[in-house]
Ligand binder design. Structure first.
Ligand code: GMT
Length: 380
């Protein structure tokens, strides 16, 4: 197949997932065209069958806001017809589903029909999508897509509860690539971070308020009072400065390291004892899955799709968002018991295998085929 993929090229989960999906499809012989405003962060190496098309945004003094949607739709029309794409797969509904709808209709007027698959990732429904300034367009463009997928059952239900949807939503879970996310020997790195044998806790996110990074720090504080530990924070975003202030206020600067937008997350996960994700909402929790693939148990909230990934008392523990005390107790019950820690590590790895690239990629291929068959039956 020739597939066009539209996504955010950033460190966010939807962009990461879309890029890994495209790379995976390319290794299985599909031709994949990424159409984004910047080279996606996980697409920096040459990969056969992968093409990258940058969306040019024209600047003009009249524009206070450059019309990105129009530029992207025009690029989609151009790429879809010149590369003879079979299908467009857009990740994150806002604004990609609406742009793809516009491109599809322009192409239809030229006698070309290219079906659109929209994958919903989370905040495009649960946070931003339901905002009144976006909702009518989000609902319309989801309903107009030829196929719609959601990354968890929870997100599917949230979408049905939030909008009037007359489309079947297929759940296709996020996946992890074990050829990259696997526990490797990085003991020299562990000794540098935790020279006195401290436990190592890790959190990765975009530092938005929904991630409750302040709870991560407060959970850490409680653990560190009883079990000497280090906290590694990966990522960056709007809450970063507040979090640095909080570390100072709590006197934790020596034990907490802000690593920023690190590319090789797996090298940090290789030395992690526990991963913390206490989000107020989380439709899947790709960062937790990547940790589990590296044999790291997870302390998370029970929000959204997290219970579909992190299993209570098996791969970690889940508590209500904001339950800082309880999350700290859960963490210590694992960290203070080497035998339990070992079992949870093994369970995390086993559970992550359910979401391997090898298991999930064929689900996308089958879904594309279903959408293509349905579209060709409709247009005759
Ligand atoms: O977490 C974010 O704010 C980023 C967002 C995104 O679109 O990149 O993440 C969402 O999509 C990820 C990939 O499907 C999911 O793993 C995250 O759970 C989801 N985030 C939220 O629901 C908050």
């Amino acid at each position: 197949m020739k597939i066009g993929i539209v996504c955010y090229p950033t460190f966010g989960g939807s962009g990461v997932l879309a890029t890994e999906l495209g790379r995976g499809l390319a290794t299985r012989g599909h031709q994949v065209h990424f159409i984004t405003y910047r080279q996606p962060v996980r697409l920096l190496n040459f990969t056969e069958n992968v093409y990258y098309h940058e969306v040019p945004t024209a600047d003009y003094p009249l524009f206070e806001y450059a019309p990105y949607d129009t530029a992207m739709a025009s690029t989609l029309v151009d790429v879809a017809s010149s590369a003879r794409l079979d299908l467009l797969h857009v990740h994150y509904a806002i604004p990609h589903a609406a742009i793809a709808y516009m491109a599809r209709e322009i192409l239809r007027s030229q006698g070309i029909y290219i079906p659109v698959v929209t994958t919903l990732h989370g905040t495009d429904i649960t946070l931003v999508g339901k905002n009144r300034s976006f909702a009518p367009v989000v609902q319309f463009s989801i309903n107009q897509s030829d196929g719609v997928t959601a990354v968890s059952n929870s997100l599917k239900q949230d979408t049905l509860d939030t909008f009037q949807i007359d489309q079947e939503i297929e759940v296709i879970y996020n996946f992890v690539d074990f050829s990259r996310f696997t526990k490797t020997d990085k003991d020299h790195f562990r000794r540098a971070i935790a020279p006195d044998g401290e436990k190592i806790l890790v959190h990765t996110s975009n530092f938005r308020p929904v991630k409750h990074v302040d709870d991560v720090i407060r959970i850490f504080q409680r653990i560190n009072d009883r079990i000497p530990s280090k906290l590694l924070l990966i990522g960056d975003g709007p809450e970063r400065q507040n979090m640095e202030l909080l570390c100072r206020e709590l006197g934790l600067c020596d034990d907490i390291r802000f690593l920023g937008k690190l590319e090789a997350v797996e090298e940090v996960l290789a030395i992690a004892d526990l991963f913390i994700l206490p989000s107020g909402h989380e439709s899947f929790g790709l960062a937790a899955l990547e940790a589990m693939a590296c044999e790291v148990p997870v302390i998370s909230s029970n929000a959204g799709g997290l219970p579909e990934v992190n299993l209570q008392g098996v791969t970690g523990y889940l508590e209500d968002p904001g339950a800082v005390e309880q999350m700290a107790e859960d963490a210590m019950s694992i960290l203070s018991d080497p035998e339990k820690h070992k079992v949870f590590r093994a369970n995390a790895y086993r559970q992550a295998q359910r979401f391997s690239l090898e298991n999930i990629l064929p689900e996308y291929e089958a879904y594309y085929q279903k959408v293509l068959d349905r579209a060709s039956a409709l247009i005759g």
